[in-house]
Design a protein around this ligand. Structure first.
Ligand code: MRU
Length: 345
């Protein structure tokens, strides 16, 4: 496959185009989604995924509904169908509400809906570049970075969220290395993040999810960047299952743990992580790989798609408006100083 400039979703003449992420990394297939039902189904089936991309798709699906229907009841029914696809991603609800509210009483509802949906995509691109610049300042030459799931260009347009500082530091000429959690059960890390990093020529290795603690303990990881699907008012957040344990291990090993997310991922109506709805997905995702059973057929599986990381484990949340600082961590020199030893530099 030739190297490409990755763009997860776009729209022309009221048709939505997406990269079918379920086919990556072996096949780069573009899907054409001609109506709101097809776009909603693509979100549900995870042909597109990642909080930002889900939000953009939801905005486009709302615009398609405004093109398809004149009757406000039908538009509201479509909105409900779109919102029922993936309950955890805040950007989905941000987008459906924004497109609906701006368009429903407009003199030109259809035109307003499409304009608003395109603005959501453009804002993501702009914000991701800003977050990349802010986050890249935290990366030193020679750093090894851990990331979980896929929070790259396929998850949020532009440079992604967690991968934005990584792309930016690499483009600025810093030598970096990325540890990529494979991210069971859907393997967004080993399939999608690894593919993105290969496209960009960024050195990386895939590790099994259970190995992250081992590498942290061995001092191999300097900094961690992950994305977020919904951030509560108190700073707790939902992200891909496994994020919580990485954050706890990061605190134990005194490694800075940063979350990168635009402010559109913050849900101010949600007081804490306890109020975030966690999407439960099919047990087949755990039991089977590529449609074939790998687990014992007679057993059952639990498959929560996300977990909650309490704010106390997060060093900071990098948004397009700056960093919301949280957990303190000691630099090597601060640690030496507190032990009464000499600085390293
Ligand atoms: O289930 P997914 O693949 O949509 O989950 C994606 C993640 O959890 C990402 O880390 C998150 O969306 C942040 S990237 C914008």
């Amino acid at each position: 496959m030739n190297k490409i400039d990755i763009c997860a979703i776009w729209s022309k003449n009221e048709i939505v185009f997406i990269i079918d992420q379920t086919k990556l990394p072996s096949k780069l297939e573009i899907l054409k989604l001609s109506n709101f039902q097809q776009t909603a189904a693509a979100i549900k089936e995870m042909k597109l995924r990642g909080a930002g991309t889900i939000g953009v798709a939801a905005g486009f699906a709302m615009a398609q509904a405004f093109s398809e229907f004149n009757n406000p009841k039908q538009i509201l029914d479509a909105k409900k169908i779109i919102e029922n696809t993936r309950p955890t991603a805040q950007n989905l609800f941000y987008a459906t509400n924004l497109v609906y509210q701006k368009s429903v009483n407009s003199e030109t509802p259809k035109e307003t809906a499409w304009k608003t949906a395109h603005q959501i995509l453009e804002r993501d691109i702009k914000n991701s570049k800003i977050m990349g610049k802010i986050g890249a300042k935290l990366i030193k030459d020679g750093d090894s970075i851990l990331t979980h799931c896929n929070a790259g260009k396929l998850a949020i347009a532009g440079l992604g969220s967690a991968l934005a500082p990584i792309y930016t530091a690499h483009n600025q000429g810093r030598k970096i290395f990325v540890y990529v959690d494979e991210t069971r059960p859907r393997l967004q890390g080993s399939k999608i993040t690894a593919w993105e990093l290969s496209q960009a020529g960024i050195p990386h290795s895939i590790i099994v999810d259970n190995a992250a603690g081992f590498f942290m303990q061995k001092g191999k990881i300097d900094i961690i960047f992950v994305g977020a699907d919904r951030i509560a008012k108190n700073g707790d957040l939902a992200n891909k299952i496994g994020t919580y344990e990485k954050a706890v291990l990061a605190k134990e090993n005194n490694i800075p743990f940063y979350v990168v997310a635009p402010t559109s991922t913050i849900d101010i109506d949600c007081q804490s992580g306890n109020d975030i709805i966690i999407e439960e997905r099919s047990q087949d995702e755990v039991m089977k790989i590529n449609g074939k059973y790998v687990a014992n057929k007679g057993s059952k599986a639990f498959n929560p798609a996300f977990d909650i990381t309490p704010a106390k484990y997060i060093t900071g949340i990098i948004t397009e408006k700056g960093i919301i600082q949280n957990r303190k961590y000691k630099t090597k020199n601060e640690k030496l100083k507190s032990k009464g030893q000499k600085r390293e530099d």
